[in-house]
Design a protein around this ligand. Sequence first.
Ligand SMILES: CSC[C@@H](O)[C@@H](O)C(=O)COP(=O)(O)O
Length: 357
Amino acid sequence: MSLRAIIYNQETNNLEILDQLLLPAATKYLKVRGVEDGWKVINKMQVRGAPAIAIVGCLSLVVEIQNEKFESKKQLRQEVEGKLNYLVSSRPTAVNMKSAAEELIELANQLSKDEAVSLEDMKTKFLTTIRQMLEKDIADNTAIGDNGAKEILSLVSGDSPVRIITHCNTGSLATAGYGTALGVIRSLNTMKRLEHVYCTETRPYNQGARLTAYELIHEKIPATLICDSMVAALMKTRNISAVVVGADRVAANGDTANKIGTYQIAVVAKYHRVPFFVAAPFTSIDAKISSGEHIVIEERPDREMTHVGEHRIAAKGIQCWNPAFDVTPASLIAGIITEKGVFKPEQLKEALSTITN
Ligand SMILES: CSC[C@@H](O)[C@@H](O)C(=O)COP(=O)(O)O
């Protein structure tokens, strides 16, 4: 069974997340009792990964309001709007929580205006919409996995197996399950066409060494860990078939914000003529921004660079710069693998306007 980052029980209204700060040393689930807990676990990165952030944020709202009594539809609408906006402020770069909040606020507005909808119906419809996010994300990831595997295999001759590089963590721990870039790797492995995957350590937070490596071992996928600084040497010496990474926000022109270090891998891939793919659900695409210039990059505390756990590794007193993400220009991206197909960056705008649900 694949790892579960999010466990939600509708009957008991219980939400738990796997504390990703403790992995791989300890597997401990944390209860999320409402929006305040939701905000904290996202901000502290106990849950992380763009799709997982949105799902946990929205489910924390379900937990909070499921048993709450509201006087009117207006009161319910105002409360969900305030709380969703608060959840959006937990981390700025990934678009998924923001898009989910905007859609849910729009839904609350519509239901609140519709006189045929009672207060009870409004609440039920609202809660059901959020609960469906979990299942939808898994279905989307499975489609991304299959679309990406087919795309990569179409680039190699005959039945040759492929060798993939990935960065950060994009698997079951970063999503509702299966994963995006790691979903592509999982699908290639299921098709028996994956020779090997190389995962980067992903400094400074080590999502690759701690989380991706853990998932790959758990899934028995043939894998090797490399430091972030080894990518160029690896591409020069091993015959790498493709790079596949996830995304925190894809702009309308295809520029993609993802974990810090993604951009330099794309530059190195271009030099070595290795196709560089981004795997992300439509919920990670921000059609409202024309390019990556408009993406706010989160800067995290120095401590994440100077310490590993409780252990200081950097000289005391040194200044740090710790952006959590960078933006890879569309010109370096061979394709954006989504649940609705694989698009070249320049095809994205049209896909966004023609493909709805
Ligand atoms: C499917 S997850 C895609 C991205 O969110 C992932 O690659 C990433 O950058 C995660 O960053 P994180 O800071 O760990 O939340």
